[in-house]
Design a protein around this ligand. Structure first.
Ligand code: ZN
Length: 160
């Protein structure tokens, strides 16, 4: 195995979360490789393939199982365990944000900016809440701690 070579500075534009392919005939896979190197992840074929499935379609919320299905359909030979590992590596590198809905269900959000979610019960779907919401009085963090982020998940279902 070759060791990871620290990458040179990556232009900020390439680190932007929007990785929709540009109309230029540039290679979108190359942009993805640059982005992976920018967060010190070696751009292996699997990472690039999974990154492509994740980031080429705009903001989305996927579970490991959903990504596994997509990878299978795209004929990317990858195990569910590798999918889990890759999703966690991407999350640790700041490319994804983890959103845990129940103890059991974890979604990975390609939009890493601060935002909140609706969870559609029955459809098991996570949807961004547009705009900002106000959260009432927050508790004071315990001594020596600070609030790092507030995640709000509003569970919704069909009315009537
Ligand atoms: Zn989201």
């Amino acid at each position: 195995m070759s060791s990871t070579i620290p990458s040179p500075a990556v232009p900020a534009a390439l680190l932007a979360r929007d990785l929709t392919p540009s109309p230029r005939p540039g290679c979108p896979f190359n942009a993805l490789r640059v982005r992976l190197r920018g967060v010190n992840l070696r751009p292996t074929r699997q990472r690039v393939a999974l990154g492509w499935l994740l980031f080429a379609k705009g903001d989305r919320h996927v579970t490991a199982e959903m990504l596994y299905d997509e990878a299978s359909r795209a004929r990317v030979p990858v195990s569910l365990a590798t999918i889990y590992n890759t999703l966690h590596q991407f999350t640790e590198a700041g490319l994804l944000r983890e959103v845990a809905v129940d103890g059991s269900k974890t979604y990975f959000d390609t939009n890493v900016s601060d935002h909140h979610h609706f969870f559609v019960e029955g459809e098991e779907k996570l949807v961004d809440i547009p705009g900002t919401i106000s959260v009432g009085d927050l508790p004071i963090a315990p001594e020596g701690m600070e609030i790092s982020r507030v995640d709000v998940i509003v569970r919704i279902r069909k009315s009537g």
